[in-house]
Design a protein around this ligand. Sequence first.
Ligand code: SF4
Length: 353
Amino acid sequence: MKRHSKQKERPVRPIAADGIIINAGQVILVRRANEPFKGRWVLPGGMLEDGESLEETLVREMREETGLVVKPIAVVSAYSDPSRDPRKTISVAFLCEVKAGKIESSAEGKAKAFPIYKALEMDLGFDHNTVLRDGISKLVHTYIDTMLMEGLKRDAPVLHLKRKGSAFRRLVFVMLSARTKDEMTEKATNRLFSKYKTAKEMAKANLAELEKLIYGVGFYKTKAKKLKALAKHVAEKGIPKSLDELMQLPGVGRKTARVFLAEMGKAIVGADVHVHRISNRLGLVNTKTPKETEEKLSFLKPWERAHINLAMVTYGQTVCKAKPNCKLCPFKKFCAYFNGVNSKSPTTHSVRK
Ligand code: SF4
């Protein structure tokens, strides 16, 4: 093979490790004492030194810049856009948990813990807004995996529904669930579908019979009327796929449509009472209504948007209930509510369906 007489020079770029340290619903940031981005808040991090693995760099830099001893939980991503840093650094970001220590500033800058929801809205230096959003998406991914496992162990009612439900049955379940406990909704849906298997059969049902079958769910009389109209529409035209069209169906509002689409695996945050309450408790958001929660979580990546509803309903039915059973929860050290950090976390009194 013919060799070029003059070999092309390969660029040499510094490698760094950045840390997204999560503790009690907060993330640790550092206000830079030096250029570049002097005076701006950034994620802690630093350059790889000779003889180190990247994980060793991470642990050393986190200790030097924040005073905390951390353990990496997951790799978030690598960031290599040459314009991200005037030094053209390539960085690998890690999600970390705190093992020991207390926050201390250094010559690199002042270290401070910020609520996750606040840090997500700050104007950070470098490309750290993107890195932080990716890191929180990764965190939510790990929450979702664990919540589903815990819910499966404890036989969450929603997982039964998911296993045997047709699209129409799931739509009816979500519609009936407004202002009703999940256990009650589950019983009413089972009674209803043991008598009427399809939308066509349900459309022909006697109204008084429908009322009797769903008795116990909130506003059962109004819902029985809407259910009959919904069944007629679905029997004639099927279930539409878009959010806008779904919202035109009888008895299907914005929240029902979004939760249903999320149930069907679409990349959409369907924030019901569980998603709203648990996201606030974990410190991911600080919101008053499920609609606000939906908006604040819309930065999540598609997989997390599609699965957050099922995971948090599963978890809300078994562990993080209205009165949470924190003793069973593996997220204690990450949770704002458990650590008393976010006093505005919704409580049993402030969150209603
Ligand atoms: S169960 Fe307790 S520790 Fe776990 S997420 Fe809920 S409030 Fe936080």
